[in-house]
Design a protein. Structure first.
Length: 194
């Protein structure tokens, strides 16, 4: 087999080894995490939708009503069993004091909810960053492999081009030699027929 045939065969064989188009292994996972982040949205706490808050509210409302009744009963006992504005005010103060404790519970539940939200969001962002980094590493490796393949292809194309040029040069040299011989023969031949 000639150098040109070998170079052509090697080039044709190598062209068949081109890496396939890049396929992401992480796209589905990245889309899933991004969807979770989108679904998470911005922070929002609704006490009316929080069953824990509703239980506390019911409990504190009961306690406040009881505190109101106790304060009014105590004031009534001091005045000989008669109702008075003092008793009403004492009851309202006891009710308000108990309900202000519910505000502290609401602050605590809001803070806890915000902390859980931030933790969840941070975890999803870290997961997304990790997946995107792995995706970028895979893509960079693919790009490097593809670049190496093109470099190797270029080398094989150059080998083929060099072999083709060498063959053309050999054919040209052979033809030039043949034409020189024929030219000399044409110059000498008339002397043989004299």
């Amino acid at each position: 087999m000639s150098r040109l045939s070998n170079a052509r065969s090697e080039l044709e064989r190598f062209e068949q080894t081109k890496p396939a188009d890049y396929q992401s292994k992480y796209k589905g996972q990245i889309d899933n995490v991004m969807g979770k982040l989108d679904d998470l949205g911005g922070y929002d706490y609704d006490p009316a939708a929080d069953t824990a808050y509703q239980q506390y509210k019911s409990e504190y409302t009961q306690k406040a009503k009881l505190a109101n009744q106790n304060a009014q009963a105590s004031a009534s006992a001091l005045t000989g069993g008669y109702g008075s504005s003092y008793g009403t005010q004492a009851g309202q103060k006891a009710y308000a004091a108990t309900m202000s404790d519910l505000d502290n519970v609401l602050d605590s539940l809001t803070s806890q909810s915000r902390s859980e939200y931030n933790t969840r969001k941070s975890g999803l962002q870290q997961e997304l960053n990790g997946l995107q980094e792995a995706e970028q590493n895979d893509y960079n490796k693919y790009q490097k492999d593809l670049s190496n393949w093109y470099n190797d292809l270029s080398y094989r194309q150059n080998e083929y081009n060099n072999a083709y040029a060498q063959r053309q040069q050999n054919v040209s040299s052979t033809l030039n030699g043949l034409f020189s011989v024929l030219g000399i023969a044409a110059q000498i031949l008339p002397f043989f027929f004299i």
